[in-house]
Design a protein. Structure first.
Length: 115
């Protein structure tokens, strides 16, 4: 009698385990399909962002990166994450312009005050 009871209990547990694993595998594709697609930006915006990042890296290497350029680059990165190509273009252009001005400032003569 105990062997029959043990066999029935084992069969029931195996059946429940199979049902649980089937449910988990059924939930996984639904969870993966529910993930939203990452927003993308236009090729022109991506090129402007890449150029602005390169400009900022070069300016930072020479300690000529202005905070306005850095802030504009951060704003461009955030806009790219949201998929807003127009904002990326605007902020990347501002970052590149400010970076170029910072680099040009390195060539200014040193102003001496006093003797």
């Amino acid at each position: 009698m105990s062997k029959v009871l043990l066999a029935l209990t084992s069969a029931a547990l195996l059946g429940l385990t199979a049902c649980a694993s089937t449910q988990e595998s059924a939930d996984k594709p639904a969870a993966q399909a529910a993930e939203p697609a990452k927003p993308t930006i236009s090729a022109e915006a991506q090129a402007a962002l890449t150029a602005a990042q390169a400009d900022a890296k070069a300016a930072k290497a020479q300690n000529a990166l202005w905070t306005t350029a850095e802030n504009a680059l951060k704003a461009a990165d955030e806009a790219a994450a949201k998929g807003d190509s127009a904002a990326v273009l605007k902020q990347a252009k501002l970052a590149s312009d400010q970076t170029r001005l910072g680099m040009a400032q390195l060539n200014y003569p040193v102003l001496k005050v006093g003797n």
